[in-house]
Design a protein around this ligand. Structure first.
Ligand SMILES: Nc1ncnc2c1ncn2[C@@H]1O[C@H](COP(=O)(O)OP(=O)(O)O)[C@@H](O)[C@H]1O
Ligand SMILES: [Mg+2]
Length: 620
């Protein structure tokens, strides 16, 4: 197993050549990840390191097997030049020895190959298993801002197409490639030893073959890269369209999508065709070189045999060797193909694995002080916090905010004011660009995952359900919860009635027929999930937006008991939600422009008073 020596300049999916839609909303127009130099080789080393001994064993088996295979023509030469003449003189020993030797070599070659295939398959399996596991673990550990850029289509492409191309190389290509290289070495040495002149001609024929391989590699490599780019684009388009199938339907995007997809799809096929064409050229060229070399050797050899300066057996061995050597050369193109595509894939995977989370785990985590039953909440402090997304300007200019333990804070403000951003900083989806977010005086960056999970939970409007039962979905934040606890959480939030009415109640599979639940019901499940997780700080970001007014009322009533003593940040569109709050923050353009109790703000003359009046009027 050799490290890929060709450097394939992939910057992820190399989208520069792809069609762009004029709106700039092109899915391929996103930030892409360059692979740091050396990352690919380092990845390969780390994959093979735990199986050094087994790799050495498989290599050794292949060496032995090749020796057994390449002994054949030598035995033929010996038979023609020595054993047959001896046999004519009634000494049959040498001929029998040759026959037995040939048989033994064939048996050894077969047995060794069998052993090699099994040993290599085990190594390959373990490598691929490890690699796919790493991709999943790593992608899952990367921060939200990474996923916003990289898209799930790319990740799917990494763990399917790219892993598969590596599998192809490991299972077929690599063995063949190593075999060809080994036989080149064996045969060159043997031929030169048998006859310097013939050997030199054979070795000289490797030069044009080598050049041919290089040219092919370069040209097919290009076609291959375009092909892998194109297939990634096809997958990305596919996944995006199907993920967004509702808006696609709603806006009748099908025809436009079809057209986009056709472009990408045909681009992939064209690249495939180009690669095949290069392959055909290569096969024809390499055969031409090989046959010319064989013809030359036969001609010159026959001339020398006639003149008595070359033994017939040596000529026979030379021709046999060359045939053996040139036969796999046709296929060498294919191995190089899979080698190149695997190198490109490995490089992309290495690029992904080299990403570090922008929200890293602390090296020396700190503990939060213990909570008491009367005060299950924690104090939240935004200390000179400023923030901007990687792709844009400043969203939150520096600000300070203290939320005492147990307080329920409502955050209101127009769309784009920065409410969700504030919430996401508190949930540590992102780290602030400046300042610190403190939980009971401890920087969020110093909390490890379990501590953070017990500390802060955020419920958003996109209440996602995982495949599994309703009960499992509720228990995600606390997998050890009993059925009673799950039911209690659902009852507290008013979700029990609808769950009990499902075909299998709490054991209904949410992805199965009959298990379909509405957006509002999904939100109730998400609430129950958050309740059960029992965090010290609960964030609700428009989490009641899919509920009807009575549903929202019910949740609010439940919230008042649930939130009691807990610190809560409630972001809501409907001002009715604000009534359960101890304090209201009004945000505009990333700034907190009003801060006070609901009564104070309503009585005042600010933004909130206006909003509240408008809302009251709309109810009347
Ligand atoms: N993931 C993101 N990447 C870049 N910009 C973002 C992202 N999310 C939000 N923004 C920008 O940050 C600003 C505040 O957004 P947000 O906090 O979601 O507002 P709100 O929740 O108050 O509607 C907006 O201008 C929005 O365009
Ligand atoms: Mg928002």
């Amino acid at each position: 197993m050799t490290a890929p020596s060709t450097s394939v300049p992939t910057t992820d999916d190399g989208q520069q050549d792809l069609p762009r839609s004029p709106g700039g909303g092109d899915p391929f127009d996103r930030d892409i990840l360059p692979t740091p130099p050396g990352a690919t080789a380092a990845l390969l080393r780390s994959l093979l390191a735990p199986m050094k001994a087994r790799v050495a064993l498989t290599t050794f088996l292949l060496l032995l097997q090749q020796a057994a295979v390449q002994a054949g023509p030598l035995l033929v030469a010996y038979a023609i030049d020595s054993a047959v003449p001896a046999s004519r003189a009634d000494d049959h020993g040498p001929l029998i020895a040759v026959g037995v030797g040939y048989l033994l070599c064939a048996l050894a070659a077969g047995g060794l190959q069998y052993w090699f295939i099994i040993a290599a398959a085990r190594v390959n399996q373990d490598v691929l298993l490890d690699l796919r596991g790493r991709i999943f673990r790593h992608a899952q550990a990367l921060s939200i801002d990474f996923h916003e850029r990289y898209t799930s289509g790319r990740l799917i492409s990494r763990s399917t197409t790219d892993v598969e191309s590596l599998r192809e190389l490991l299972n077929e290509g690599l063995q063949e490639l190593v075999t060809v290289v080994l036989s080149f070495v064996y045969i060159s040495v043997t031929l030169l030893w048998l006859d310097l002149g013939l050997g030199a001609v054979a070795v000289a024929s490797f030069v044009p073959l080598y050049l041919l391989v290089r040219v092919y590699q370069r040209r097919a490599g290009r076609a291959y890269r375009i092909r892998s780019t194109a297939i990634a684009a096809v997958i990305v388009k596919f996944v995006e369209t199907m993920n967004g199938i509702r808006p696609v339907r709603a806006f009748r995007r099908e025809t436009a999508n079809d057209a986009d997809f056709r472009v990408l799809n045909s681009r992939h096929e064209r690249a495939n065709g180009d690669a095949l064409l290069e392959m055909a050229r290569y096969v024809v060229g390499s055969r031409l070189v090989a046959n010319t070399a064989v013809a030359g050797i036969v001609l010159w050899g026959a001339y020398r045999v006639a003149g008595g300066s070359l033994a017939l057996g040596v000529l026979a061995a030379a021709v046999l060797y060359l045939r053996r050597l040139y036969d796999p050369i046709d296929r060498l193109g294919m191995f190089l193909n899979s080698y190149q595509s695997a190198a490109a894939s490995l490089e992309k995977i290495a690029g992904l694995l080299a990403q570090t989370p922008s929200v890293p785990e602390p090296s020396t985590p700190r503990q939060l002080p213990a909570l008491t039953t009367e005060h299950p909440g924690r104090e939240v402090v935004f200390d000179a916090v400023g923030f901007g997304y990687r792709t844009g300007g400043e969203v939150l200019p520096r600000f300070d905010l203290t939320i005492p333990a147990g307080q329920t804070v409502a955050v209101v403000g127009s769309t784009g004011a920065g409410k969700s951003t504030l919430a996401k900083l508190l949930a540590r989806f992102y780290d602030p660009s400046a300042g610190r977010v403190l939980l009971d005086g401890v920087d969020l960056r110093d909390l490890d995952v379990p501590e953070l999970r017990r500390g802060v939970v955020m419920v958003t409007q996109e209440a996602f359900l995982f495949s599994g039962t309703v009960a499992e979905n509720i228990a995600i934040g606390r997998p050890d919860a009993t059925h009673e606890e799950i039911e209690r959480a659902a009852k507290a939030i008013g979700a029990h009635e609808f769950i009990a009415a499902l075909p299998d109640g709490y054991d209904t599979d949410v992805r199965k027929r009959g298990g379909r639940i509405s957006a509002g019901q999904r939100q109730l499940v998400a609430f129950a999930r958050a309740l059960l997780a029992d965090p010290a700080v609960l964030i609700l970001d428009e989490a009641t937006s899919s509920l009807d007014v009575p549903g929202e009322r019910a949740v609010q009533r439940a919230m008042q008991t649930v939130l009691h003593g807990r610190t809560a940040v409630v972001i809501a569109h409907r001002l009715s939600t604000v009534e359960i709050a101890d304090r209201v923050l009004v945000m505009e353009h990333g700034r907190i422009v009003e801060d006070g109790s609901p009564a104070e703000l309503v009585a005042g003359t600010g933004r909130f008073a206006d909003l509240h009046r408008a809302w009251r009027d709309s109810l009347a």
